[in-house]
Design a protein around this ligand. Sequence first.
Ligand code: SF4
Ligand code: SF4
Length: 95
Amino acid sequence: MKQRYLENVCTLQLDEDKCIGCGMCGQVCPHDVFELSGKRARIRDLNACMECGACARNCPFGAITVTAGVGCATGIIMGALTGTEPNCCGGGTCC
Ligand code: SF4
Ligand code: SF4
């Protein structure tokens, strides 16, 4: 089972009017946050997002915004840099 981020604090936003349904966001997302519905992406599970930013960086139409680096990814990176366990998700069991 995938770990989940804190409920209802995720900064991820999708502008469906800009989306052309290429599916790239779903391909790069490690937590299956997106699904295609018709010819548009939609957010299937907001609270599964760990704010890594991959979807926003890879969307060719700028339809996604997210404040990357404030969630689990930062905890993992800081843990690696400092030689400690990740301090997100209660530590040690992250993502
Ligand atoms: S990557 Fe962007 S344009 Fe492509 S499906 Fe996702 S939101 Fe839509
Ligand atoms: S920020 Fe990362 S985890 Fe969140 S939806 Fe985008 S790719 Fe998925």
